[in-house]
Ligand binder design. Structure first.
Ligand code: ZN
Ligand code: ZN
Length: 339
């Protein structure tokens, strides 16, 4: 069932014949949603744990790394199976049969629900994800081990020739293996401390951002995700994405308009030469809050009429298909730049 919020994604996947099965953890249960509608569990505050990409019914790609602090809510079952009567022609059917508009009179329907959560971040990070400190530990360990062996051999052997130099490296290497665990613990104090303090500062900044700006978090994240989807799925060969972490939020005012710059670490999955590939990128999204009124969508079916010609319109299009009049924005926050 393609809701307004899913439409760009669903269109893109249909184009390539791809189905994505996403597993969510909800209250210790694993629930699933498929983009081809085969399974569509209702999710309340779910955390993504696995995505499987099927190309023409064959599993071709799997992703397992997600941010467990980003929550999703999709409650569409109740809505899909509700009865609905088209006010234009009187046809009665289930809401899901009206997804692509009324099959009889072709009235445009805009179906969505207000309680969705396309992925807002509920709390902040204090956990280390990167394992670079292990590599750094290894290098420091090796260097110190070699230095120790150098002094040992220099002071204990009568000669100092090529063989001794080789010995230094061999003994140093063996010593480094023995000492690794010790260094590992030592580095936990030396290296992790500053990273932890850095993360605490970032957390503090993000908490302050939401308190100070008074921006409605759920609306903001829903709008952000809608706009980012629209951009990725219409302009590039990206078939899916997941925000792995929100790194920074910055706000500023220009010409009395409020702007928010979001820096995020994102995994984008693209479809290239019949192959699914994924990579992690850092993107900066600039959003602007516009002051014009937005289209108010209520839960379920929305019939929106063009204020100029009265035709029913598709809210995801920016203009009326009949008279070309501009349609009000669907989102309060509009993506104006991405880099
Ligand atoms: Zn109808
Ligand atoms: Zn019109």
């Amino acid at each position: 069932m393609s809701l307004i919020s899913d439409q760009y994604h669903i269109n893109k996947l249909k184009e390539y014949g791809i189905n994505i099965k996403t597993k969510y953890i909800v209250d210790n249960k694993i629930l699933e949603r498929n983009t081809d509608n085969s399974i569509n569990d209702d999710i309340v505050n779910g955390i993504r744990c696995k995505k499987e990409y099927y190309l023409k019914n064959t599993l071709v790609h799997t992703e397992k790394e997600f941010d467990s602090r980003i929550e999703y809510t999709f409650i569409s079952q109740k809505l899909e199976n509700k009865e609905h009567t088209c006010p234009n022609c009187g046809m009665t059917a289930l809401v899901k049969d009206f997804i692509d508009g009324c099959p009889y009179c072709r009235t445009h329907y805009n179906i969505d629900y207000t309680d969705k959560d396309l992925g807002s971040k509920s709390h902040y990070d204090r956990v280390l994800r990167s394992n670079t400190y292990r590599i750094i530990t290894g290098i420091i360990d090796l260097i110190i081990s070699i230095i120790l062996c150098y002094f040992f051999i220099k002071t204990t052997s009568r000669t100092f020739n090529n063989i001794d130099i080789v010995k230094i490296f061999i003994y140093g290497f063996i010593l480094s293996i023995v000492l690794y665990y010790f260094f590992y613990l030592l580095d936990a104090y030396i290296i992790i401390g500053p990273i932890k303090r850095y993360k605490d500062r970032q957390n503090h900044k993000q908490k302050k951002f939401w308190n100070r700006t008074n921006i409605d978090k759920k609306t903001f994240f829903n709008n952000l995700n809608y706009e980012v989807r629209k951009d990725y799925y219409t302009n590039e060969n990206i078939i899916d994405y997941d925000v792995l972490d929100y790194i920074e939020f910055k706000d500023y005012k220009k010409d009395d308009k409020l702007y928010v710059e979001v820096t995020a670490e994102v995994r984008v999955v693209s479809f290239d030469n019949n192959k699914i590939k994924s990579k992690i990128i850092k993107d900066i999204y600039t959003l602007k809050r516009h002051e014009n009124s937005t289209l108010e969508l209520k839960d379920g079916v929305n019939i929106i009429k063009c204020h100029n010609c009265g035709a029913s319109i598709d809210a995801t299009k920016s203009r009326c298909e009949y008279c070309n009049t501009e349609v009000n924005y669907l989102q309060q926050w509009i993506l104006i730049n991405k880099n």
